[in-house]
Design a protein around this ligand. Structure first.
Ligand code: ZN
Length: 413
């Protein structure tokens, strides 16, 4: 017993010792309401002075992390611009520690890491997917749609009912394009499990699988996701070495429709670096290769956080084609989510509600693949501890998101 404890303790120390620490970092809320505020935040992020957690929204709270050492001048700057800076958390490392402790406690307890009670890492999701297709070979197949820079497979699970229907509608859903948004892959796994494990019982899962083909990518950014688990909790991009010391392209700025037309960065170190050219990244190319040439009824890409159901466009504030229709269908999903736990989503064009951001996957599926019902969904929460959500959020978010997606899909033509 003593030896076992010792080994576990050593493993814990090794696991935490190699991780990036956020000591001295604080999380601050600021409110941009003019174009110059957006520019200031973008510039500060480009120069690595701040790390922006949630999307920059006009007239609303934006959460930025920075080091205490720079706090006096940054707080002064934000105050002088009337951006209403206020401290949300004094110690980001304490939040990360809390999450790590929860993970380690569960590991020490010997309890199995089920899909509802842990944020599974890349290897665990891979093992779970393989087990699932082994259990339900008549419903699902697992394929790798490409390899990452670090040679991980980008898994796609295709699931549909074995009712023999032809001409089923096709939905493509992806999760985890941004590494640190852990609730996203967890929700993807929840949805896959809900569809497949409850198919035989009839009801909603059977209804959906008998009328739809689901093509689901639970982790579109495997390297970044693995890195956020093992090394750097707040990592967002992929892990390609892009300059001497800087890693990573923001995959959600790399897609090849209206690429580099605003709201992305040419600076390799920036969290919103759009890459050297459109579709330069393995992960974007894998999605492109898989989706091109097939006929899709909808594309949904899941991020966190903010509780938004975004329509196109990201690259321009102009209304997308059939905007009223897009909002009407999104509202069906958002209302169904709200009906579960009362959590409200805001529906509308992302560029109109937030700021312009080009190179997003949902603009590409609409603009290049002509999928009218292309949406970007920002999962909970709206504030609080942001990416560092308690494990209880997996079930809560999974339950309501499944209800929302199901209602939305049933409403599509
Ligand atoms: Zn995101």
């Amino acid at each position: 017993m003593y030896i076992r404890c010792l080994i576990l303790c050593i493993a814990f120390v090794l696991a935490t010792a190699s991780k990036k620490r956020y000591d001295g970092n604080i999380l601050v809320s600021v409110t941009p309401y003019e174009e110059k505020h957006f520019k200031v935040l973008s510039l500060l992020e480009d120069t690595d002075e701040i790390n922006i957690w949630n999307d920059i929204r006009r007239n609303s709270s934006v959460h930025v992390m920075f080091n205490n050492a720079t706090a006096p001048w940054l707080m002064g700057l934000f105050s002088s611009l009337s951006m209403k800076p206020s401290i949300m958390h004094n110690d980001v490392q304490a939040l990360v520690d809390q999450e790590e402790n929860e993970i380690q406690l569960r590991a020490r307890s010997g309890a199995p890491r089920g899909i509802h009670d842990a944020f599974l890492n890349y290897d665990e999701v891979t093992a779970w997917l393989k087990e699932l297709v082994g259990l339900y070979p008549q419903l699902c197949t697992l394929i790798s749609i490409g390899k990452t820079y670090e040679n991980r497979d980008i898994w796609l699970i295709k699931c549909t009912g074995n009712n023999g229907a032809t001409n089923k509608k096709k939905a493509c859903l992806d999760f985890g394009i941004h590494a640190r948004e852990w609730i996203s892959p967890a929700t993807g796994v929840y949805i896959i499990n809900e569809l497949v494990s409850k198919y035989a019982a009839g009801g909603l899962s059977k209804e959906l699988l008998d009328t739809w083909e689901f093509h689901i990518i639970p982790i579109l950014n495997p390297d970044g996701y693995a890195h956020s688990h093992a090394r750097e909790r707040m990592w967002r991009k992929n892990r390609k070495l892009v300059s001497g010391t800087c890693y990573g392209v923001d995959l959600n700025r790399n897609f090849g429709y209206q690429w580099n037309t605003g709201g992305s960065s040419a600076s390799a170190c920036s969290d919103t670096f759009h890459g050297g050219s459109p579709m330069s990244e393995n992960e974007a190319k894998a999605l492109q290769n898989y989706m091109t040439g097939k006929s899709w009824n909808t594309y949904l890409t899941f991020h966190s956080y903010g509780q938004w159901w975004f329509t196109n466009w990201g690259y321009t504030t102009a209304n997308p084609p059939q905007y009223d229709e897009l909002k009407q269908k999104a509202n069906i999903g958002a209302n169904a989510i709200k009906a579960v736990h009362g959590r409200a989503y805001t529906v509308g064009s992302s560029a109109q509600i937030l700021y312009v951001a080009s190179g997003g996957s949902e603009d590409w599926t609409r603009g290049a693949l002509n999928i009218l019902y292309s949406y970007c969904i920002e999962l909970p929460p709206t504030g609080g501890t942001g990416f560092i959500a308690p494990v209880s959020e997996i079930l809560k978010t999974g339950l309501e998101t499944f209800a929302g997606v199901a209602a939305y899909l049933k409403a599509l033509p």
